[in-house]
Design a protein around this ligand. Structure first.
Ligand SMILES: [Ca+2]
Ligand SMILES: [Ca+2]
Length: 189
């Protein structure tokens, strides 16, 4: 496996993501089809890879997502960053997905709380992506309303990450509406 991914790094990756060695190899093969330089995926290549899953996402959300996955902040997604991204998007526990979504939407300003406008952005996106995934408008509307109400009761001036995770993790519908779901069967994403 290229890009200086050593055996011990693969082992670490397997521990972190719970993927088997074969699955890591499969992810690497898919990843290799999209890269055009050995630093890793550019933002455009990243978008191309995820275009089917995140087709309703706006550019700004995708860019924020890309930057969050780019943990060494070099402007490319290398293989390790990529495998972790795939894991967060699909198989990670719901709390981890929510933590990621929180970081993605805590952006203007990035201050450790979600204020009203950030909550509205996340809900607007959830409704848009949820309806394209087959969640009914009424169903998603009601769900979002309940989510908002329960959050309002708890918070003054913003929702902390802890509140957000504890409120939204009661079921995984919210993260699934935002396209963070584990695919069926043997599919990895
Ligand atoms: Ca990087
Ligand atoms: Ca904020």
């Amino acid at each position: 496996m290229g890009q200086g991914t050593s055996k011990s790094e693969i082992k670490k990756l397997m521990e972190k993501t719970t993927y088997s060695k074969d699955q890591i190899n499969q992810i690497y093969t898919d990843y290799s089809c999209y890269i055009h330089n050995d630093k890793g995926l550019t933002f455009d290549e990243f978008k191309q890879f995820f275009s089917i899953r995140f087709k309703e996402y706006d550019e700004e959300s995708l860019l924020t997502m890309f930057n969050l996955f780019d943990s060494d902040k070099n402007g490319n997604i290398n293989f390790k960053e990529f495998a972790c991204a795939i894991f967060i998007i699909t198989r990670s526990p719901v709390e981890e997905k929510l933590s990621f979504l929180f970081d993605m939407f805590d952006r203007c300003p990035k201050n450790g709380v979600l204020d009203n406008s950030e909550i509205i952005s996340i809900i607007q996106l959830a409704i848009k992506t949820g309806s394209s995934l087959g969640f009914g408008m009424k169903e998603s509307g009601l769900f979002v309303e309940n989510l908002l109400k329960s959050m309002e009761r708890e918070s003054n001036g913003g929702i902390s990450k802890q509140e957000f995770i504890s409120k939204a993790s009661s079921d995984d519908k919210f993260v699934r509406m935002l396209c963070l779901y584990d695919p069926f069967g043997d599919l990895l994403y």
